[in-house]
Ligand binder design. Structure first.
Ligand code: EPZ
Length: 432
C-alpha cells in the first residue's frame, strides 16, 4: 500500500493542465453499451475509476482499448452477460450506471446494489423510480437489482429527491429513455456539466435529447444508436482543487484547460475569501491574498458549490481569519476529513450538517488517514502548507479521481512524493 509524504511550506508556482472530468467519463463509458458500434472517447483521465469501469465493461462483453493522450476505444456487443457483480460495483459506485443502458439495449440487467460508503447512504431509489416509470419491471433481491423491459416507453418523470436532483440517477434514466418508444420528460434533472456532456455524447450517437444542463430534459426515443467520437470536458473539481492548492500555499499558478462557466459559484466563493482569479477561459491565473477572509458556504446541486469541493474548502477556511460555517446539504455525513484536519492543527467541529471552523494561524505536519476521494485531496492541500512533514495514508482513494496528483504538484514546486508503505498491503482496502 502506498502513501504520500509532503514537506509543507512551499509556495506553488507555474502552470498546470487540467485532465478530463472523471464524472463525465464514467457515464459516457457506460453509454457505449447502447450501441454495438465503435465509440472513441478522448481526454479520458488516467484514474483508477476509469480502469475499474473498463474492466466491468469487459465483463459485459465490450472490447475496451486504452490508447495515448487519454483516448479510449469501446466496442460493446449487443449481447453478452448483463450482470454487474457485487465485488465490482462495490469498488466503484458509478458502475451502477450500466443499469439503464443494459436495460435499453439488451432488455434485461442484473446489477448489484452499490451499498453505502463513508460519505453517506448513497440510495438508488430515484434510479429505480425513473426506470419503472419507463415501463421496466424491477425487483430488488439478494443485494441485486434485476430489471427487465421488453420495450421501454417514454414517460414524464419527476426525479427530485430529498436533496434535489441526482447526477447518476439522471444519467441512468436519460440513457434508458434514449431508446424508449416515445418521448420522455425528466423534471428536476441534474444540471451538472457532466450530465450535459453525457447528453452531448448521446446526441452524437443519434439520440434526440434537449434541455441538457437545465432541470427539464426532453428525450425523444429512437430505434437505435450508432458509434461516435467525443472529447470529455475538463474536470471542474480537479481545477478547483488546484486553485485551492495554489491559494493555500499563497502561490501563483496558471490553471490551463478549465472552463470558467463551470466554476461560477466556486469563483464567487473564492473571491469572498480573497482569492483573485484573473485571465480568460481555459487559462486562469490564481493570485493569492496575504490572508484569507472567513465566510460561510453551503453545498448544493449545480450550479451551486459542489459537495465534491466541500472538504477542500474546509481545509482552506481552516486558515482564514475568524469563524466560517460550512454546510453540507448533499451528503450530511461527508465530514471524515475533519478529524484528520484537526490532527494537523485545524480547529473544526461538526454540528450536524455543519462544520464550524475557527481559523488558526498555521498547521503542523502529522500522519493522517485518507477516507474518501475528496477528503484525501483536502489532506494533501493541508499538508502543502503545514509546517514539517505530513504523511497521507490510504492514498488509493486519491488515485480513483486525480490523475498523477503528486507529479502535477511537484511540477509546481511542492515537496511531495509517493512511497511504498512498509506495512505492505496488510490493511484492508475500503472503498468509498
Ligand atoms: C455523483 O454521485 C458524483 N459521482 C459524486 O462525486 C458527487 O458527489 C454527487 O454526484 C453529487 O454531486 C459521479 O458522478 C460518478 P447523487 P451520485 O445521486 O450520482 C440523494 C466524487 O467525489 N439520492 O447526485 O451518486 C443522495 O443521497 C463523487 O467524484 C437519493 O436520495 O450522487 C444525495 O443526497 C463522490 N436517491 C443526493 O441525492 C437516489 O436514488 C445527490 O446524490 C440517488 C441519490
Amino acid at each position: 500500500m502506498e502513501k504520500i509524504v509532503i514537506e509543507g511550506g512551499y509556495r506553488l508556482k507555474g502552470r498546470v493542465k487540467i485532465s478530463g472530468a472523471k464524472n463525465a467519463a464514467l457515464p459516457i463509458m457506460t453509454a457505449c453499451l447502447l450501441t454495438d458500434e465503435k465509440c472513441i472517447i478522448k481526454n479520458v483521465p488516467k484514474v483508477v475509476d476509469v480502469a475499474t469501469l473498463s474492466g466491468i465493461l469487459g465483463e459485459l462483453g465490450a472490447e475496451v482499448e486504452s490508447g495515448e493522450q487519454g483516448r479510449l476505444v469501446i466496442k460493446a456487443a449487443s449481447e453478452g452477460s448483463s450482470t454487474a457483480p457485487y465485488d465490482m460495483v462495490r469498488k466503484m459506485r458509478a458502475s451502477f450506471c450500466v443499469l439503464g443502458p443494459l436495460l435499453a439495449q439488451r432488455r434485461r440487467a442484473k446489477v448489484s446494489l452499490p451499498g453505502g460508503c463513508v460519505i453517506g447512504l448513497r440510495p438508488i431509489d430515484l434510479h429505480l423510480k425513473g426506470l419503472r416509470a419507463l415501463g421496466a419491471r424491477i425487483d430488488v433481491e439478494g443485494g441485486y437489482v434485476r430489471a427487465e423491459a421488453p420495450q421501454l416507453k417514454g414517460a414524464r418523470i419527476y426525479l427530485g429527491g430529498p436533496c434535489g436532483s441526482s447526477v447518476t440517477g439522471t444519467a441512468n434514466v436519460m440513457m434508458a429513455a434514449a431508446l424508449a418508444r416515445g418521448t420522455t420528460i425528466i423534471e428536476c434533472a441534474a444540471c451538472e456539466p457532466e450530465i450535459e456532456d453525457l447528453a452531448n455524447f448521446l446526441n452524437k450517437m443519434g439520440a434526440k435529447i434537449s434541455g441538457a444542463g437545465t432541470p427539464r430534459l426532453t428525450i425523444e426515443g429512437v430505434d437505435s444508436l450508432h458509434g461516435a467520437e467525443y472529447e470529455i470536458i475538463p474536470d471542474r473539481i480537479e481545477a478547483a482543487t488546484y486553485i485551492i492548492a495554489t491559494s493555500i500555499t499563497k502561490g501563483e499558478v496558471t490553471i490551463e484547460g478549465a472552463r470558467l462557466e463551470h466554476l461560477a459559484a466556486v469563483m464567487d466563493k473564492l473571491s469572498e475569501i480573497g482569492i483573485v482569479l484573473a485571465g480568460e477561459d481555459r487559462r486562469l491565473k490564481v493570485i493569492s491574498p496575504a490572508k484569507f477572509t472567513s465566510t460561510d458556504l453551503v453545498t448544493l446541486p449545480y450550479p451551486g458549490i459542489p459537495t465534491d469541493l466541500q472538504a477542500q474548502f474546509t481545509a482552506l477556511l481552516s486558515l482564514a481569519d475568524g469563524i466560517s460555517v460550512v454546510t453540507e446539504k448533499i451528503f450530511p455525513d461527508r465530514f471524515m476529513h475533519i478529524a484528520e484536519l484537526n490532527r494537523l492543527g485545524a480547529r473544526v467541529r461538526k454540528e450536524g450538517p455543519h462544520a464550524i471552523i475557527t481559523g488558526v494561524s498555521g498547521l503542523s505536519g502529522a500522519p493522517v488517514m485518507a477516507s474518501d476521494l475528496r477528503a484525501s485531496a483536502a489532506l494533501i492541500l493541508a499538508g502543502l502548507v503545514a509546517r514539517g512533514k505530513t504523511v497521507v495514508n490510504r492514498i488509493y482513494h486519491l488515485d480513483r479521481g486525480y490523475e498523477r496528483i503528486e507529479e502535477k504538484l511537484s511540477s509546481l514546486g511542492a515537496q511531495i512524493s509517493r512511497i511504498e508503505d512498509e506495512r505492505g498491503s496488510s490493511e484492508e482496502v475500503i472503498y468509498a
